[in-house]
Design a protein around this ligand. Structure first.
Ligand SMILES: [Zn+2]
Length: 84
């Protein structure tokens, strides 16, 4: 009976690696998403796929990398909302 519990935990930790990997590819914390994926895989997996995460875009003025959902450049102050 106890072995069965350990097996479930082991599988949860392994499948938790999937959203952790997806999130880490987007520049997010691997460890955080691993724990998240281990605890609530069914939520973490679609969340990791759908999240904008740490994807980056380039500021047209200073050419620095910014988070994909940034509305203002943290270096030169360029406002992306005005460009839309
Ligand atoms: Zn800039």
């Amino acid at each position: 009976m106890e072995n069965y519990i350990f097996e479930i935990i082991a599988i949860a930790i392994l499948i938790g690696l999937i959203p952790a990997y997806i999130a880490s590819r987007k520049g997010l914390s691997f460890i955080q998403w691993w724990i998240y994926g281990t605890l609530i895989f069914i939520v973490a997996l679609p969340h990791s796929i759908l999240t904008g995460g740490g994807g980056s875009k380039i500021c047209p003025y200073c050419r620095c990398y910014l988070k994909i959902n940034a509305t203002r450049c943290r270096h030169c102050g360029y406002d992306f909302t005005e460009a839309l």
